[in-house]
Design a protein around this ligand. Structure first.
Ligand code: PLP
Length: 390
């Protein structure tokens, strides 16, 4: 039957393409962002108990009160931000649903949304399904600095949202307070809202501190902040996240949320809330935990021919292969899968206008054995490159 697609040009994502190729060639698939190590047994126990305690029916649509209180307490402790768990926090189906519902709640047909490239792939389709249009501003490696004149020039009366991702995946940079202040200054006097994707809030390296949009008073008034327990508790498959916003914005958000996912798996919410009650600072060592993994990989690849500017945060590290090959990143990633037995994610597909880049993204949220094996495969592949032998 002829069918008119709403997203005709959205093909399978780069993650699916790479995963399929990795499976085809039996390659180590280490580009995608999910941990391969076990979770805290106490967390699994608390979720199991929630099921056996009979907490198996629909949860409150906004999220169970205990979990919303735990989220508010964590924001206060971690970022010094006070939020009302009653009308300022909603539990969502991962960060992804929070992003989607915030976009559907705010973007009208014909509206524009500013997105910085390289951009996480969930933003643009959600904007388009709302009838909006993304205005994409490309950031250049290695700093991926935001050109505020460009942002200012891109703002129009139709600009409904600016989407900021901090810590940034896949650029692996962390924006500080000056970025938030600059954004506040640029948006002053406008009706533009901010959607702040902060799912990696607790994965920032080398003594950096995460600056939540909620800690910038001007931005806070116009912001939705998005968080994810997947990234905090190593449970990306549980799909539990949160959106935090001022009550007026949250009211609109909840109108969409209730007809989107309605409510989130009850035993998961109960289990996470009980776990956080017992271990309220379980997230506090995450930066050190992931930094050790990043450092291990960076050290293991020293002198390999791959150049690594240490990641500032997130699950990821970028690898520059420019000293080894002139191939474009998509082509080099394919060569790595076919001849190196390892699958990484090229950076250029995260841009609308694909630049010529020689950067690949690798996930460091892995066991030490996985990281060591990845480094070994990359070193061996690098040695076989003609330029490495020259
Ligand atoms: C930048 C960014 N935003 C949002 C998400 C989605 O988070 P969740 O898995 O909780 O839906 C991810 C997941 O990888 C991400 O990297």
């Amino acid at each position: 039957m002829p069918f008119r697609s709403k997203l005709p040009d959205v093909e399978t994502t780069i993650f699916t393409v790479i995963s399929r190729r990795a499976a085809e060639f039996g390659a180590l698939n280490i580009g995608q962002g999910f941990p391969d190590f076990p979770i805290d047994p106490l967390l699994a126990q608390r979720v199991t108990e929630a099921m056996t305690d009979g907490r198996n029916q629909y949860a409150h649509g906004d999220g169970i009160p205990e979990l919303r209180r735990a989220i508010a307490a964590k924001l206060s402790q971690a970022h010094g931000v006070e939020v009302d768990p009653g009308d300022g926090v909603t539990v969502t189906c991962g960060g992804t649903e929070a992003l989607y519902s915030a976009i559907q709640a705010t973007v009208h047909p014909g509206d524009e949304v500013i997105v910085f490239d390289p951009a996480y792939d969930a933003y643009e389709p959600a904007v388009r399904l709302a009838g909006g249009r993304c205005v994409r501003i490309a950031l250049q490696p290695p700093e991926f600095a935001i050109d505020w004149d460009r942002v200012r020039a891109s703002l129009t009366p139709r600009t409904r949202l600016v989407i900021l991702n901090n810590p940034h995946n896949p650029a692996c940079v962390v924006h500080g307070r000056e970025t938030l202040d600059a954004l506040a200054e640029v948006l002053r006097g406008s009706k533009t809202l901010v959607l702040s994707d902060e799912v990696y809030e607790h994965v920032v390296f080398d003594g950096r501190r995460h600056c939540s949009v909620l800690s910038q008073p001007e931005l806070r008034e116009r912001a939705f902040a998005v968080f994810s327990f997947g990234k905090i508790l190593h449970v990306t498959g549980w799909r539990v996240g949160a959106c935090v916003a001022q009550p007026a914005l949250m009211r609109e958000f909840r109108k969409v949320h209730q007809f989107n996912t309605f409510s989130i798996a009850t035993p998961l919410q109960v289990g996470i809330a009980r776990y956080l009650d017992e271990k309220p600072e379980s997230w506090s060592g995450l930066s050190e935990f992931f930094q050790r993994k990043r450092d291990r990989l960076v050290a293991a690849l020293e002198g390999s021919g791959f150049r690594l500017v240490p990641s500032q945060g997130t699950y990821f590290q970028l690898l520059d292969f420019g000293a080894l090959s002139d191939a474009a990143d998509v082509e080099f990633a394919d060569q790595l899968i076919r001849h190196g037995g390892i699958a990484l994610i090229p950076l250029s597909p995260f841009y609308r206008e694909r630049p010529t880049l020689r950067l690949l993204r690798i996930c460091v949220a892995k066991r030490e054995e996985t990281l060591d094996l990845a480094a070994q495969k990359l070193r061996e592949f690098a040695l076989r490159q003609p330029r490495a032998l020259a």
